[in-house]
Design a protein around this ligand. Structure first.
Ligand code: ATP
Length: 514
């Protein structure tokens, strides 16, 4: 773990040094859990959004996009359940004065017990060799079974207490488990309190007593309230989806781990409207499809896993996360939720407007069921960046840092570099740059020795460096250097564009046209 922490620190400082992510308003010492994206960060972020949009909207004839406002009528959040239920239980340690999410303290405690089970299993696997059956061991070994029972007990007690709103029992459990504050090591805890995560502000045009409005904590509700607008104006037939990318705001109690948990972040969400009773089929479909999407980026599939929820949110009848192995362990990257008719049903009730669909095949009207896919842009960014960051020792003994970003997402696709700053090489390189820049985000660089310029491009993940030398002036060829292998080839100038285009292709296509 110490090594991973070290690595994570390196990734954060690399992100800052090379213009990917800066702390917000840094000259004033920053603002906790708010970040700005720099010149390369914004390109990577835009490319992630584009890749998602293309796979969701462009590749699906029955999914369309919208861009709803961040501010919404306050009743939206009553209907969605956020005013009453979008809470996290928080607890403070009186000695360190640090604030924690009570659920995170308990879940971390469970994770530690799970680690103990894994260690026992690993030890036994080594001891028994070939004949080892993990399943049998897990279900018969007394010590492992004792740990598993302990986990089951904690979960039942904890989720039961939360469900009943019995916060005193949550505290009692934390005390019973002897959970200590990671900072002070003490068990000197305050009571557990509920904390609503929505930011509120006021709007001028509403009357005095009802002028509180919220910054949306998720983009989904903008889709639900527009369900009929889109369905009617687009003459959409069920099943169909509405996709949206946009900012969301949550006043997270414990904001840490860089851009993993932010107070202002961006979501890419798609709500898929289906016939009641068909939601589980579509839930399974979208679970598989979203995992294929992640795999299409060329990152090892071992870095991803599903986590089915034990405790369902107030709106869901099935839910799973796609988790990614970050430097700090497997954590949620995307959620796939079967939201039933909870949202549309509630909006119908609170607004008094019918939010139904007339199904011509069934000859009946109903409130559609919804399957949602919801992924954070920033968490995807962190997953891509962490996975890409590589420190390499080269054959000549030197070292380089290279970001092996999937080429389709790389901020800069090619750098055009005159070998030296004279003999008409810059002019020739500029000509090439002018031709490429309309199709790809490119960079021209003539400062420093060529080796240093290659390193700079490696550090921001540029897939290709194109070097113009004296031979270029004679026969219109250049060398093209590939980022990962560092292999250099001599090619004709006319070939550059198609080589880049080929490298940016991915084989992702949705499984069916739906
Ligand atoms: P967590 O359990 O980590 O708080 P969540 O289950 O509340 O996340 P959802 O409400 O399902 O998250 O939101 C969908 C996606 O939005 C998440 O999978 C994540 O990628 C992203 N997301 C949620 N909260 C944040 C945040 N504070 N900062 C960055 N991304 C976030």
């Amino acid at each position: 773990m110490a090594n991973n922490e070290e690595l994570f620190k390196k990734i954060i400082s690399h992100a800052k040094e090379y213009g990917f992510v800066f702390p917000s308003s840094e000259i004033y010492d920053g603002l906790s859990s708010v970040y700005d994206y720099g010149q390369y960060g914004v390109e990577l972020k835009n490319n992630i959004k584009q890749y998602w949009w293309k796979s969701m909207v462009q590749y699906h004839e029955n999914i369309v996009g919208i861009d709803a406002a961040i501010f919404m009528h306050p009743t939206t959040w009553k209907a969605s359940g956020h005013v009453d239920a979008f809470n996290d239980p928080m607890i403070d340690n009186k000695d360190s004065k640090k604030r924690y999410r009570a659920d995170v303290l308990v879940e971390d405690h469970i994770a530690k017990i799970e680690e103990k089970i894994d260690k026992e299993v690993d030890k036994a696997a080594k001891r028994f060799g070939e004949s080892f059956s993990e399943e049998q061991y897990r279900t018969t070994n007394p010590r492992v079974m004792e740990y598993a029972e302990k986990i089951a007990y904690i979960k039942t007690r904890f989720y039961g207490a939360l469900e009943k709103g019995d916060l005193a029992d949550v505290k009692a459990l934390i005390e019973e488990l002897a959970i200590v504050c990671p900072m002070s090591g003490s068990r000197n805890w305050t009571e557990v309190r509920q904390f609503n995560l929505m930011f509120s502000t006021s709007i001028g045009s509403l009357s005095e007593d009802s002028n509180t409005i919220y910054l949306r904590p998720e983009t989904a509700q903008g889709i639900f309230v527009n369900f009929l607008n889109v369905q009617k104006s687009g003459r959409m037939k069920i099943p169909f989806g509405i996709a949206q990318i946009g900012k969301a705001f949550r006043n997270e109690i414990v904001a840490r781990q860089f851009i993993f948990r932010m107070r202002e972040f961006e979501q890419m969400e798609m709500q898929f409207f289906v016939r009641p009773g068909e939601e589980m089929k579509w839930y399974e479909y979208w679970k598989a499809e979203r995992m294929r999407w992640h795999h299409s980026l060329g990152i090892s599939p071992a870095k991803y896993r599903f986590h089915d929820h034990d405790k369902l949110a107030h709106y869901a009848n099935a839910a799973a996360d796609i988790e990614f192995e970050f430097a700090f362990g497997f954590k949620e990257l995307e959620g796939i939720h079967s939201r039933t008719d909870f949202d549309l049903g509630n909006h119908q009730q609170f607004s008094g407007k019918k939010l139904q669909y007339f199904d011509t095949e069934l000859n009946e009207s109903y409130v559609p069921y919804v399957v949602e896919t919801s992924i954070g842009v920033d968490r995807t960014f962190l997953a891509i960046l962490s996975n890409a960051f590589t420190e390499e020792k080269l054959e000549d003994g030197s070292e380089r840092v290279v970001l092996r970003i999937p080429p389709v997402l790389a901020p800069i696709k090619a750098a055009v570099l005159p070998l030296i700053k004279k003999d008409n090489l810059p002019e020739k390189a500029r000509e090439i740059m002018d031709n490429l820049m309309g199709d790809y985000v490119c960079q021209y660089d003539e400062k420093d020795a060529i080796g240093r310029r290659y390193r700079r491009q490696d550090a921001i993940g540029t897939p290709y460096c194109i070097t113009v030398d004296h031979q270029t002036l004679e026969d219109n060829t250049v060398t093209i250097r590939e980022r990962d292998s560092m292999k250099q080839d001599r090619i004709a100038i006319e070939e550059i564009s198609s080589i880049i285009a080929n490298r940016l292709k991915t084989d992702y296509r949705p499984k069916s046209a739906l």
